[in-house]
Design a binder for this molecule. Structure first.
Ligand SMILES: [Zn+2]
Length: 220
């Protein structure tokens, strides 16, 4: 583990990032033992500076971080954990610790806004609209219509994307692909599934060639 540079307190900063969505979930400290335990168990373990003790993330809440890969940056003073979170990662109950934005005047922006990648935000917006009791949104009307209505829109959007690919501008292609992704995300939501699940499925396929993968799934 000589590639990791611990500071004069014996600590190194560790960033936990969702392996499948790219969302940064939290940052904490590790000492040599915490890193070793994380590598051996595949579950993120940190070092608490206030308690001067090791703590396994989620040991009380159950919101553990299963570690998919561990990396270290170019000069060895920051560890990156690619994780699969079992639940919210922040003690506030939010998915990520990063939901506050500093302002130039030194204050904190009053309205919390998650600093998550676009696809994560898309999914959270859909979830919010699905449970909102406010005016009926397009998303809600799709979800209320169920698999049949969502499926019809998906076919329509897929066709529009196909046509754009054949002869329309890049801007149109991107816009149609965005429509298709949005409707796919609503379809996933209707089944209680997520884009992270899709990314996990893609991740599991890595190393298998596309042709092999298709053949393995094809009915005989
Ligand atoms: Zn937090």
């Amino acid at each position: 583990m000589s590639a990791v540079v611990f500071d004069d307190r014996g600590l190194v900063v560790a960033v936990a990032q969702d392996a499948h969505t790219g969302e940064v979930r939290m940052v904490a400290w590790m000492n040599r033992e915490a890193l070793q335990r994380t590598l051996e168990t595949g579950v993120a373990t940190f070092f608490s500076r206030s308690r001067q003790a090791l703590w396994r993330k989620g040991e009380e809440s159950g919101n553990v971080l299963r570690v998919v890969r561990v990396g270290v940056d170019c000069d060895g003073d920051t560890v990156l954990l690619l994780v699969e979170p079992a639940g919210p990662s922040c003690h506030t109950g939010r998915p990520s610790c990063f939901f506050r934005a500093p302002r130039a005047d030194g204050e904190i922006d009053a309205s919390p806004a998650e600093l998550a990648p676009s696809l994560v935000l898309l999914e959270r917006d859909i979830a919010e609209k699905a449970s909102s009791t406010a005016e009926l949104s397009y998303t809600r009307s799709l979800l209320d219509g169920g698999a049949h209505k969502i499926g019809a829109k998906l076919r329509e959007e897929a066709d529009e994307l196909a046509r754009a690919l054949e002869g329309e501008s890049d801007e149109r292609v991107l816009s149609e692909a965005a429509d298709l992704l949005y409707h796919a995300a609503v379809g996933l939501r209707s089944r209680g599934l997520s884009l992270a699940g899709v990314a996990r499925a893609l991740f599991a396929r890595r190393g298998t060639s596309g042709h092999d993968e298709k053949r393995a799934r094809a009915p005989r």
